[in-house]
Design a protein around this ligand. Structure first.
Ligand code: ADP
Ligand code: MG
Length: 349
């Protein structure tokens, strides 16, 4: 007979490498059931995008087979429960993590990363929304090929906006409400009130992650969002060259100001290299090398990975057609997993 005690003792040798504690102490083992040689339990991860899922499942198998019974039939059901971030705000009570994508400079790939991050997290099974906060140059309508106005409903004596769903992601953009190319002139107070609406009057439903695509730089939108919404943290995007780094530093400085003080989840470097189809082993570093890692080191931030310059990605971005089963999406999945993992670790600290 295999006992629960034996199994839990064996599993307490399996450590979560990020949280640096064993999975039993962390409360990740649930619904343990044993019928003769059959051992079955849920392994509850902190994110469905956990990059170590497979490794942990294998470690559980090995621990039970080596330490309890080599004949055991082990069934690990890897699931997840995303924990809500620590917050002092009542806004967005059903959103577990609000993650902003920021940069010092325009054109570095913030919107593309916002979209691919949302898609990648969705692909892992998370519930995801994407708020296009670039009110000066909204990209979400193009990135998802969605050009319609959101519906409004009346509930609890007020009007709620319903996000538009595409690729399983709940989307909202000021671009849904204006004609393409139509310029919107925004003044400070209007930005504040538009944001309050985006945050408080939208029927987002239950979300594990709400991604916010910010405009470039360090303006009213960044400040309003930081002060009015329960941001888990900010992902900073940069390209490798020195010109981009100067602006990236300014953005880091802003989020670290006392009045704002939002955690920086880490730095993603975009357009890091180009690999031609006919030379799959080559990485041409067109814009220089190591800029993102340099900024991360300077400010003691996590480096979340590099993304290649890839014309196929640009094509997807322009047409709003995405397919995560294609090999070109792999670097985006890796960066998304790294972001989700870092958020989980921040949560536990
Ligand atoms: N890794 C990439 N490979 C190829 N094109 C990219 C990549 N990242 C972004 N782009 C393209 O670069 C342009 C700017 O990207 P965008 O995401 O709009 O930047 P931002 O939001 O920072 O202004 C877009 O045309 C986009 O399709
Ligand atoms: Mg953009």
């Amino acid at each position: 007979m295999i006992s629960k005690e034996q199994v839990l003792k064996a599993l307490s040798n399996v450590d979560d490498p990020d949280l640096k504690k064993d999975i039993v102490t962390l409360g990740m083992v649930e619904n343990l059931e044993i019928v003769e040689k059959k051992v079955q339990f849920d392994l509850v991860l902190t994110t469905p995008a956990c990059p170590m899922k497979e490794m942990l499942v294998n470690a559980c198998h090995n621990a039970i087979k080596y330490m309890v019974d080599s004949q055991a039939e082990v069934l690990v059901n890897a699931t997840s429960r995303v924990q809500k971030n620590h917050r002092d705000s009542d806004a967005l009570p059903n959103v577990k993590h609000l993650i902003a994508i920021a940069s010092g400079k325009g054109g570095v790939g913030k919107s593309t990363l916002s979209a691919t991050l949302a898609l990648a997290l969705k692909e892992t099974g998370a519930k995801v929304g994407l708020l296009d906060a670039d009110i000066y140059g909204p990209s979400v309508p193009t990135l998802f090929n969605v050009h319609q106005s959101p519906q409004m409903i009346e509930k609890e004596g007020k009007s709620w906006m319903i996000p538009i769903e595409s690729h399983g992601i709940k989307l909202l953009s000021i671009g849904f409400m204006t004609a393409p190319g139509q310029a919107v002139v925004w003044r400070g107070p209007m930005i504040s009130s538009a944001f309050r609406q985006f945050i408080n009057d939208v029927e987002w439903g239950e979300l594990d992650y709400l991604i916010v695509d910010l405009p470039p730089g360090t303006g009213d939108v960044q400040i309003t969002l930081s002060q009015q919404a329960p941001l888990t943290g900010v992902v900073l995007v940069t390209t490798p060259q020195e010109m981009a780094l100067t602006d990236a530093r300014r953005a880091v400085d802003m989020f670290q100001l006392d009045a704002i003080k939002k955690p920086i989840i880490g730095v993603v470097e975009n357009m890091s290299y180009f690999t031609p189809d006919d030379a799959p082993d080559k990485k041409y570093r067109i814009f220089g090398e190591g800029g993102g890692a340099k900024i991360a080191a300077e400010y003691n931030l996590n480096f979340l990975g590099e993304l290649p310059l890839n014309p196929k990605i640009m094509q997807n971005a322009d047409t709003g057609v995405w397919d995560f089963s294609l090999p070109e999406m792999l670097p985006y999945m890796k960066v998304a997993q790294e972001i989700a993992r870092t958020v989980s670790v921040m949560q536990r600290q």
